[in-house]
Design a protein around this ligand. Sequence first.
Ligand code: UFG
Length: 344
Amino acid sequence: MKERILVTGGTGYIGSHTVVELQNNGYDVVIVDNLSNSRAEVVDNIEKITGIRPAFEKVDCLDYEKLDEVFTKYPGIKGIIHFAASKAVGESVQKPLLYYRNNLVSLINLLELMPKHGVSGIIFSSSCTVYGQPDKLPVTEEAPIKKAESPYGNTKQINEEIIRDTVASGSPIHAILLRYFNPIGAHPTALIGELPNGVPQNLVPYLTQTAIGIREKLTVFGDNYNTPDGSCIRDYIYVVDLAKAHVIAMHRILDDKQKDKVEVFNIGTGRGLSVLELIHSFEAATGVKLNYQIGARRAGDIEQVWADPAYANKELGWTADTSIEDTLRSAWNWQLKLREEGIQ
Ligand code: UFG
């Protein structure tokens, strides 16, 4: 029988790609999403890709009663992947309470409901933001947690602690915390991808919107950092590679292969790329010339961070192996598709 998995935030960017990979690997998926930052059509597009329509419930994870009903309506949920969260760093500085409520209460509700419904495994979407500016690069899972730069980052740190404390209290829960680096790109079918709300804050959506003419110019936030070309360095990971890591992590939880009740993995490529290098890779991969300028630094930016993914590579038998060119081409194809459909 197919094992049933609950995916919160399953119509969102990373969530939708993960639902596709879960279904491709034989899991029966139930999506819970309040559609606050995604569209219901994503469910249709997941069905177009996989040939299977995932169950979908428009429920806010803040609503304990409704969430409880979802577990009752879909008995036998074996594991949860918890993506649903607010994720705009800048907005979190303006609206900290919104971020603390959304991101903390959602997880607390799930952790309370899991034992009630006999669900033992949860995968949590964490972030490399927990490392701040690491002292050593590439950064391993052992690196110290640094004081968060934003309320958003703080919610990731606190949520990791909430999970650890809950497990330590004896709750019958196992967890895997996946610390994502910078997810980019879209599904090769261009049927799902990132759909930013308003003006994109993240580099790649801003870049593809500039390339297609929605934005006039991309600004590189600073070229005077202590890096080879002066621009910031990140570890950009293809969203489909990232999605596949969740499937492997879910097998691991359900098959009782964990070494500890709470495990942490860096989910990155191990390749640091500067903003300027990424722009040049985009131009080389797509043949599209990008209009960009060098601007001031952005407040709160980390100078450089990239993953040491060795532990995930070894323990999960997983590697992010898609090239940056293929990844950026997928982001561009997605932007072209949005134009074709008159969406953006
Ligand atoms: N950048 C630009 N111009 C832009 C947008 C971004 O030069 O218009 C640069 C940034 O300065 C940074 C890099 O591109 O050097 C990547 O920026 P993103 O905003 O795409 O990503 P961040 O690394 O800042 O943020 C990501 C996630 C957050 C997470 C954070 C943790 O989007 O959710 O990593 O480091 F909190």
